[in-house]
Design a protein. Structure first.
Length: 286
């Protein structure tokens, strides 16, 4: 591995500083390999950009060098960024003259002879271990299957519960709307009844006034019958009515009924007089 290769620089007395940093640059990347007391410490990868000043500020490379107490910068290739970093960090910069193959040969002497970096061997498991493993695997699979079934049932129950709540809320909303509508209808009906009662009282008073001056004879009844038929036919509202022989004086409830009576005069009566301010007309029966 490369960290062990560069580690031989200190072990072979190629450099005196035991804390050093190896710099490598690739397209869009800068790699830093830190060593402390001649041994590999850590590896950092930084994103490189064309603006060197911006890269140095954003990557905090100077803080990293200070944190790991690097005393010298090393690299296998020359690059202007290394010189600038060296100047800003106030650390010496040195080119590594030997290639990696030569360094790797030096590092061989410092490796543990009994170290085996890659081992290839077959593992033979006893039959009882396989049995225990299969039993444990079967048990775990059973637990997982049962858990999935329980979870599915839980999800179905939860969905049903939510749907029931939604249905209950909708039923409550419908009942609430119907209750409000019924309440409004009852209030409207009570208002209409109250209005009809007021009209009935008014008409009763009017009838009482009419009957005070009413003398029942055949001719008077005939004139009254014709007048009432005419008033009902045109939906004319009156507040007073007086009959004197063949003359009938009618006082209307408002100007609208007064004007309507003048517009639809009955051919069975002739208009004798009218008073717009009192909404009153006098007719003669023909």
């Amino acid at each position: 591995p490369q960290p062990l290769v560069f580690q031989s620089l200190f072990l072979e007395n190629k450099i005196k500083e035991e804390n050093f940093c190896i710099l490598e640059i690739k397209p869009q990347k800068v790699f830093l390999c830190f060593y402390e007391q001649g041994k590999f410490k850590t590896f950092k990868t930084l994103d490189f950009c064309d603006n060197i000043e911006e890269f140095i500020n954003k990557s905090r490379i100077l803080e990293l060098l200070q944190h790991y107490e690097s005393k010298i910068l090393l690299s296998t290739k020359a690059h202007e960024i290394f010189n600038l970093i060296s100047a800003k960090a106030k650390l010496p910069f040195k080119m590594i003259q030997e290639d990696k193959i030569a360094l790797s040969k030096h590092s061989i002497h410092h490796l543990d002879k009994n170290a085996n970096f890659i081992k290839h061997y077959k593992k033979y498991l006893p039959w009882y271990f396989k049995f225990i493993f299969l039993f444990a695997l079967s048990f775990i699979i059973s637990i997982v299957v049962l858990s999935l079934i329980d979870f599915a049932q839980y999800q179905n129950a939860k969905t049903t519960h939510i749907q029931n709540e939604i249905s209950q809320n909708k039923i409550y909303e419908i009942q609430e709307k119907q209750s409000q509508k019924l309440k409004a209808n009852i209030e409207q009906l009570q208002l209409e009844i109250q209005t009809q009662n007021l009209l009935l009282e008014k008409y009763s008073e009017q009838l009482s006034k009419i009957t005070q001056n009413f003398k029942a004879d055949k001719n008077t009844i005939l004139i009254l019958t014709k007048a009432i038929a005419w008033l009902n036919h045109h939906s004319l509202r009156i507040s007073n009515l007086m009959i004197d022989k063949t003359l009938i004086t009618i006082k209307f409830s408002n100007e609208e009924d007064f004007n309507k009576a003048l517009q639809f005069t009955s051919p069975q009566f002739s208009l004798i007089s009218q008073d717009k301010s009192l909404h009153e007309i006098t007719l003669r029966a023909l």
